[in-house]
Design a protein around this ligand. Structure first.
Ligand SMILES: Nc1ncnc2c1ncn2[C@@H]1O[C@H](COP(=O)(O)OP(=O)(O)OP(=O)(O)O)[C@@H](O)[C@H]1O
Ligand SMILES: [Mg+2]
Length: 464
């Protein structure tokens, strides 16, 4: 049978209380009565010792028996116990004890076997004991009186302990009733508490189900600061982040499809126009030029989207090797010569060392450099000066692409690494820097930007 959290918690509360009550009862019930009787015996023994101090001299002297009886009565009056003076006619024999004096009316008093006195005669030392007589339990303290080396008499102080036994019984009964009420309350309290806990856990379970079903809009109410409250707060935070991720994903898909649709529609339109047989060669050439441009745009977009999805899913494979970054920079810059000429720009290469060796994936480093140089040409006016610097600094490699093309607006600066973000009307798709920064992170490096007073510098730092 599967126990619910509520029932299990209620059962645990109940069990803990049962054990606590059981321990209390085991300590109280038998122990209390014995301890109280022990106290009474102790008290009687002390009284017997005091009483003996008065009775023994009177009994030992030649004073009349009435005098001894008076002392016995006085000791009884003082102590509140029954005092009996027993004579031991034969040495060490406990069978024939005779009562010489008794503080109580012998006819009305409980006939005792004087078991404490018999023990005291045998052991010759003061002794205590309890005995039952006529349905009563009596506590006794016996004080042996020795004469010429033998126990000649015994003084017995006795008192019934029926009241103690009744008190013990009553305490046991009351403890049982109180315990039963306590246990019932514990069971009830445990159940209510467990129910409240279960309700809060259920609420979390429900919310998890909602998130699993794609609902990121319903946060859980945080009603306490305990562990469950903290869990609810963490859950709400996670839900918020998941919601943000989900909306970013939707935005990405919407933008990507829009970016793909634009050149495809444009291509469709030009193909339709080109079907017209009456087109003059010049217009046809212009249309074909546009078709080429849109095809190139589509090609770049699809390659970029593929790269970005591989980077974000972590499936991009790096092939690191020992590379001379000076050589690599020179080669990538060379690829831009025709564009540089068309743009009337000048690209300067600066190397701080003759060889700048590093262990990295040359294809991916070249890709980042291409993105940065392409930007420095695309988003700047003609005639812009560009400088590419490669250096080894503090144990890592630093590649810089700097241009003095007017800079990036401070508002746009924090967003330029977002996919599809463009800060100007250069018709880019806004994927270049997103890919470059993801690539840098993938190689345990960092791509950063600074743009001040008309100069823009992109810095790629890589571990060696
Ligand atoms: N060197 C630069 N000077 C001025 N603005 C820049 C420079 N580099 C990037 N930017 C700005 O940052 C934006 C994002 O650049 P990114 O390379 O990600 O996209 P893109 O160049 O517009 O398009 P894509 O590279 O995908 O063709 C650009 O649209 C541009 O506004
Ligand atoms: Mg770009």
């Amino acid at each position: 049978m599967r126990l619910s959290l509520r029932n299990r918690l209620a059962a645990v509360f109940f069990a803990i209380n049962l054990v606590a009550f059981g321990a209390l009862y085991m300590y109280l019930a038998p122990g209390l009565q014995d301890r109280l009787i022990g106290d009474r015996l102790h008290e009687l023994a002390a009284q017997a010792e005091r009483g003996a101090g008065l009775i023994v001299p009177a009994a030992g002297s030649s004073a009349p028996i009435s005098m001894v009886r008076r002392e016995v009565d006085a000791a009884s009056l003082e102590s509140g116990a029954r005092v009996t003076l027993l004579l031991v006619p034969h040495a060490g024999q406990t069978a024939h004890l005779s009562i010489l004096a008794d503080s109580s009316n012998l006819a009305a008093s409980t006939p005792l076997a004087f078991s404490a006195a018999r023990k005291a005669i045998r052991s010759t030392i003061p002794t205590t004991a309890t005995e039952s007589a006529r349905g009563q339990t009596v506590a006794e303290a016996a004080w042996p009186v020795t004469y010429q080396g033998r126990v000649a008499a015994v003084i017995v102080f006795s008192a019934p302990v029926t009241d103690i036994i009744a008190t013990g019984r009553r305490v046991r009964h009351e403890t049982l009733v109180a315990g039963a009420i306590g246990l019932l309350l514990a069971l009830l309290g445990g159940y209510v508490l467990a129910r409240a806990l279960e309700r809060r856990v259920k609420r979390l379970e429900l919310a998890v189900g909602q998130v699993a079903a794609g609902d990121f809009e319903s946060p859980i109410e945080v009603d306490s600061s305990d562990e469950l409250g903290q869990l609810a707060r963490a859950f709400n935070q996670m839900q918020h982040q998941l919601g943000q991720l989900e909306s970013a994903r939707k935005k990405f898909i919407a933008t990507a499809s829009h970016e793909l649709r634009t050149p495809i529609f444009s291509l469709g339109g030009f193909v339709e126009l080109l079907e017209d047989d009456d087109l003059d060669p010049e217009t046809r050439r212009r249309f074909l030029e546009q078709v080429k441009l849109q095809v190139e745009r589509l090609r770049k977009l699809s390659v970029n989207l593929l790269d970005l999805s591989q980077l974000e899913s972590g499936t991009l494979e790096l092939r690191p090797e020992q590379v001379d970054l000076g050589e690599l920079t020179r080669s990538v810059s060379g690829e831009f010569e025709p564009t540089l000429t068309g743009h009337d720009s000048h690209l300067e290469l600066r190397f701080t060392q003759r060889t700048i060796e590093a262990l990295c994936d040359p294809v991916r480093v070249a890709q980042i450099l291409r993105i940065l140089i392409d930007n420095a040409l695309t988003h700047t006016p003609p005639g812009t000066r560009i400088a590419v610097t490669a250096a080894r600094v503090d144990g890592h490699i630093r590649l810089e692409v700097r241009d003095d093309g007017g800079g990036i607006e401070p508002d746009a600066l924090p967003r330029i690494f977002e996919p599809f973000y463009t800060a100007d009307d250069a018709q880019g798709s806004g994927l270049g820097l997103a890919i470059a920064s993801e690539l840098a992170e993938c190689m345990s490096g960092r791509l950063s930007v600074s743009s001040k007073s008309g100069h823009t510098t992109f810095t790629l730092e890589l571990p060696t």
